[in-house]
Structure formats: C-alpha cells, structure tokens
Ligand binder design. Structure first.
Ligand code: ARG
Length: 470
C-alpha cells in the first residue's frame, strides 16, 4: 500500500523552507493520532468557510460547488477509514486539505484563503466540544435518574447516616442515594455554563490578526450553530478557557463518582453488607473462591485520578503562554478528549451498577443502634423546655450509663432516666424508633416521607430541565 501522503513534501509553509522536517521533529510535530476525531467538524467548518468565501466574492459559484462536493466526498472517504493509521499527514487539517486537493485539483488551494489553522482548530475543537458537552450531560443525567429510581424504592428503608464514618443518625436509604444525585445535577449546571462559553465562533480570527476579506462572521456563526462571534482575534486563537472548564467539570464529576464508588465499596463489604453489586459488575478472584470484588467501583474511583490529573496538566500547559498563538496549544486536546472518554466509560458502568445492585434491607436494619437516637433523646427534653446544651449533656450521661451496664441506650428504664433528669416522660420509649426519628425531620431537605417526596419531585424537575438543555 502506498504510504498515504504527509511528510515534508506536503508541508503547508513550503515557500521559504529547504528540505523537510527531521524525522524526530516530524514525530513531535504530528497530532493526527489525537486530532483525528475532529474530522467531521473540520469538514463542517470548511464547508461553511467556503460558503463564506463565496459570499465574499473570493470563490465563484462553480468553485464553491466543487469545493463543497469535494469536502463531502472526503468526508465519505474518512468515514470508511477505521482511524488515522495509514496516513502520515501532520494533523487532521492538513489531511483533509490534501485529500480535497487530490480530488478537485488546485481550486482546493483556495479554501485556505483568509484562514489559518489557528482559527480553524479553535473552531473545530469548539464544534466538537459542544457535542461532547451534550453527551456528558446525558451521561450524568442518566446516573442521577438511576439514583432517583433506586431512591423511590427505598423511601421506607432506614439506615445509619454517618459522620466521620461513625454511625450518626438514622436516614432513609433514599436520602443517601439522593445525596449522591444532587452533586451530578450541579455538574450538569456547570456544564451548561461551559456550553455557553464554548458557543463562540473563532473562525475569521485568522492566524492572530483577523481576516482581510469581507467575511460576514455573524452569518458564519449562524451557519455553524454558534451563538456569538469572538470579539478579539488574538484572544480567539489562544483562548482555551472553555476547555479548562470542561476538564474541571469532568474532574469534579469524577470526584463525585469516586465518592459514590467509595460508598459502594464500603457498603458491599461483608462487614457492612448493605448492598450487593450485581454479578455483571463484580469480579471473582483467581485464587480465593469466596471473593466478590467491587471492581466497578474501584475502577471508577481510580479513574477519577486521571480526571484530576488532566485538569492540572491543561492548566500547566496554558500557564506561561505569551501573547498570541503558541504551539503549546496543540497539547490541549489530549487532556480534554481523555476526560470526556473517561467519563463516557465510567458513567454508564456506574449507572448499571446502581440499577443492578441489591439493597439488603435485613442487613441495613440490623445495623441500627439505639445510640444513633441519642440526639433524639436530647431533643425529647428540648421539647419539654430544657436548654439543648443541658439536654445534650444528660443524654450523654445516659449513653455512658447504658455502656457501663452493658445495655443498649433503649434498654434503660424510665426510672433510671428520670433519676438523671425528671423531665423524661413516659412516652420516651417512642424516641427509640428509627422510623419515628426519620419522620420527625420534616423540614425541607429533611428525612420525613413528605420531605423525601418533595426532594424526589425537585430532582425530577431538575432532570426535566436537563432534558430540555442544549
Ligand atoms: N495541529 C495544531 C493544533 O492542534 C494546529 C496547527 C497550528 N499550527 C501552527 N503551526 N500554527 O493546535
């Protein structure tokens, strides 16, 4: 097979250079393996640019038609390729231009009038970014919806809520699950802000100083589906802020996923046994027949590391850049692509794990201890006029009394309690019912059945807004 193009003979700046790039430099220079995935957007941007050039009188109707047809044919050809392996071109822009010119001859060379790869790549990348954001929103919303679905089934199941990983107060299982859904809604809100920032057209900025031809950039933006045009050509070719913010949201989402994953690792241990992950999401051990390993959660937790790393990497690339375009910017794409790809792996797997896990009511309810109601015991006295600082102290003394006599807090008699404080009344045993404790917290955002219902409604509403998004 003929090696398909590329190499020094095809360099775009041939005019003033002798010989070609050294092999070592060519290897460093090449970005085709990374930016290959931009080809549909490169074609889309080029077709719109050709229309703009025709409107500006730089292409005749027949030239514009030839370029457009040529680009459509190149797209069909690239569609059939399984990847960039057989091409030696520097990047996706040079590849598309070479294939076009090979097809339609020298008129293909007119396409680059007034355009630089600097505004071209910035445009392709944003077109890709807008699609990627839509996909990410969908993945995050699906996981939030899965958590909500499991929450709807578990509103009447009470588990220990933890602080410092110590049993703290009883909460419905639904409340825990929903506590892992709201952060994802915030991630989606952040993505919407990134989308608006990404939705700005750089094309027409040229290499750095704008375009000398009569290009209607507003029309071009409209043609490519951008909401606005960039206001400063120097900023337009070097601005990757939207990309950093996208990678930040991916890192933040990665942290949220990692925290949920940690819950699943912990709660699926035989010591807890609150959840059992589905067979499709656990692995066995090649050595220990009894093992059921929560690999889905561990891999998700592990992948969050690279999401955080990509953010640090991209910020570091940008940090020292002087004014204008700098080639360092070619490093932008790998971090962004990797973050988006990683989330696309991790989100469906986590969603599947959440939908497929068994919530083990018996183990959860067996883990409830009367000590988790010590705060409710103090509140019993507060309702009877005792200042909380005092009632907290009294409840603490009763916890200690129970501990020292080897009993549960609920095992103390009314007499014993009244000996510590006369304010306890004969309805105090009702305090030791976790379901009643949960039901007593009816504030917005609380744990009562009606509060959970309102929370589920609010989440459903937020997820409906997501479905309407960009
Ligand atoms: N491949 C480059 C990138 O990914 C675009 C090329 C711009 N090159 C240049 N020498 N100005 O950013």
């Amino acid at each position: 097979m003929r090696s398909a193009g590329g190499g020094s003979g095809h360099a775009l700046w041939g005019g003033r250079f002798d010989g070609g790039l050294s092999g070592e430099m060519e290897a460093l220079n090449r970005s085709l393996d990374v930016d290959w995935r931009l080809w549909p957007h490169d074609i889309e941007g080029s077709r719109a640019w050709a229309r703009g050039l025709a409107r500006a009188g730089l292409l005749s109707d027949s030239e514009a038609a030839a370029i457009d047809r040529g680009l459509v044919d190149v797209a069909a050809q690239l569609e059939r390729e399984s990847g960039p392996a057989r091409f030696r071109d520097e990047d996706i822009h040079t590849l598309v231009e070479r294939l076009l010119t090979e097809r339609i001859g020298s008129v293909g060379g007119k396409l680059h009038s007034g355009r630089s790869r600097n505004d071209q790549v910035a445009t392709d990348f944003r077109l890709w970014g807008k699609d990627a954001i839509r996909t990410m929103r969908h993945g995050l919303a699906s996981l939030a919806a899965a958590l909500a679905a499991r929450a709807r089934e578990t509103t009447d199941m009470v588990m220990p809520g933890f602080t410092h990983l110590q049993p703290a107060q009883p909460v419905p299982v639904a409340h825990w699950l929903l506590s892992r859904a709201w952060p994802l809604v915030r991630d989606i809100d952040d993505l919407d802000a990134v989308y608006r920032e990404c939705d700005v057209l750089p094309l027409g900025a040229g290499a750095i100083a704008g375009c000398p031809f009569d290009i209607d950039r507003a029309r071009l933006a409209n043609d490519l589906g951008f909401a606005r045009v960039s206001e400063n050509s120097m900023d337009a070719v070097s601005d990757r802020d939207w990309a950093v913010r996208l990678v930040f949201v991916a890192a933040m989402a990665g942290v949220h996923l990692s925290q949920l994953a940690e819950d699943l690792v912990l709660f699926s241990t035989s010591e807890f046994g609150f959840v059992r992950l589905g067979d499709g999401f656990t692995t066995g051990s090649s050595l220990m027949p009894q093992k059921r390993n929560p690999d889905v959660a561990e891999l998700t937790r592990g992948k969050s590391g690279r999401l955080v790393g990509n953010l640090a990497g991209l910020l570091t690339v940008l940090k020292g850049l002087p004014t204008g375009y700098n080639r360092d910017l070619q490093e932008d794409k790998e971090a962004v692509f990797d973050s988006v790809d990683t989330l696309e792996l991790v989100l469906p797997a986590t969603t599947g794990a959440v939908l497929g896990m068994t919530v083990v009511r018996s183990r959860i309810e067996a883990s409830l201890r009367a000590e988790m109601l010590a705060t409710d015991l103090a509140d019993h006295l507060v309702r009877r006029g005792v200042p909380f600082r005092e009632s907290h102290h009294i409840a603490g003394a009763l916890v200690r009394l129970a501990e020292e006599s080897g009993r549960e807090l609920g095992g103390l008699t009314l007499d014993e309690m009244q000996a510590v404080h006369p304010g306890f009344t004969d309805d105090v045993p009702g305090v030791f019912d976790p379901a009643a404790s949960v039901e007593s917290r009816a504030v917005r955002g609380g744990t009562s059945a009606s509060a959970i219902e309102a929370q589920l409604d609010a989440l459903a509403e937020a997820l409906e807004r997501v479905a309407e998004g960009p």
